[in-house]
Design a binder for this molecule. Structure first.
Ligand SMILES: [Zn+2]
Length: 304
């Protein structure tokens, strides 16, 4: 039933097919424009995925100078000296570092919404609620999601969310430029978009596009975002990522193969440290940037 969703959530829903508002029905919702019916799944999620193919036009401007960006965009992320949310004493997901969490925004009002875009098992609920947000988890197929939807055609009105979190999702999106434009559309002006994306992870779970830091900057800027940080993970290197997500030594126990990759991980760091003596232009951070398994990004929708 649509009333299972909080009123502030049902109020922002729209038909992903024609962008018209939805009307509550006994078993789900009906579009007041095109008449499509949307129903609840057994999991309790309202299924607002596209029901038929839909055209989406993108425009690119060619012949422009290469990307412009201040160096601070790719600089190592420092802890926010004035974090807005106190996460002390709270068990937080391992993939969200304390430094990353110190940059999370606090809800501005009691009805502020946070979208977990590609929420999976909804492990970010507590983190978002601690920040004062009403949590909305959307996924394409997870039974833990409140709403099933397509990241290419979000079933939400413009300017609905103050905060969007999207971890390890962008690499699984068939048309990442479209998803980023959709995130921009449903975010309020000045709203924050934080997420992660695979770089040198192995192919996994139908991943389409793993991003370099420049590719990620380009994708986010194309969407309209002001990019504040793109940060490589120093601990989650290409070696660690490969060992955790695939077994580089088939037949070997995974625990042993994970131990073995520590050696090239450490050797690589040592080698680059020595190499710096010969080439002062090479920094520890530039090494991490080119060999990381995944990148974290933080950006904002500019205000009017
Ligand atoms: Zn419709």
């Amino acid at each position: 039933m649509l009333y299972q969703l909080a009123s502030q959530v049902s109020g922002i829903l729209m038909c992903p097919q024609c962008q018209h508002s939805l009307q509550q029905t006994h078993g789900g919702a009906k579009c007041g424009g095109c008449g499509l019916q949307y129903r609840y799944m057994n999991s309790g999620a309202l299924d607002l995925r596209l029901q038929k193919p839909q055209k989406y036009s993108l425009e690119f401007e060619l012949g422009l100078p290469l990307l412009q960006y201040p160096d601070c965009v790719f600089a190592p992320l420092l802890p926010n000296p004035m974090p807005q949310v106190d996460y002390s004493g709270m068990a937080t997901p391992n993939h969200l570092s304390g430094t990353m969490l110190s940059h999370f925004p606090r809800a501005e009002g009691t009805s502020s919404l946070a979208l977990d875009l590609g929420c999976g098992d909804a492990v970010h609920r507590d983190v978002c609620e601690r920040a004062g947000f009403h949590y909305v988890g959307l996924d394409y197929e997870s039974p833990s999601a409140q709403i099933l939807g397509d990241a290419h055609s979000l079933p939400f009105c413009d300017n609905s969310f103050e905060f969007i979190l999207s971890t390890a999702v962008l690499e699984h999106i068939q048309f990442p430029f479209v998803m980023v434009k959709e995130a921009f559309r449903v975010l309020v002006p000045h709203g924050k978009f934080i997420g992660t994306v695979a770089f040198l992870q192995p192919f996994h779970s139908r991943s389409f596009y793993h991003h370099t830091h420049l590719g990620l900057l380009n994708t986010l800027q194309y969407g309209g975002f002001t990019v504040e940080h793109i940060v490589p993970s120093a601990t989650y290197s290409v070696f660690v990522a490969q060992a955790r997500m695939t077994n580089p030594f088939p037949g070997m126990p995974k625990s042993l193969s994970r131990c073995l990759v520590v050696l090239p991980h450490v050797l690589s760091n040592v080698w680059w440290t020595i190499g710096r003596l010969a080439n002062r232009g090479v920094t520890r951070h530039s090494h991490v940037l080119s060999t990381t398994g995944a990148l974290t990004f933080m950006c904002r929708k500019p205000g009017d």
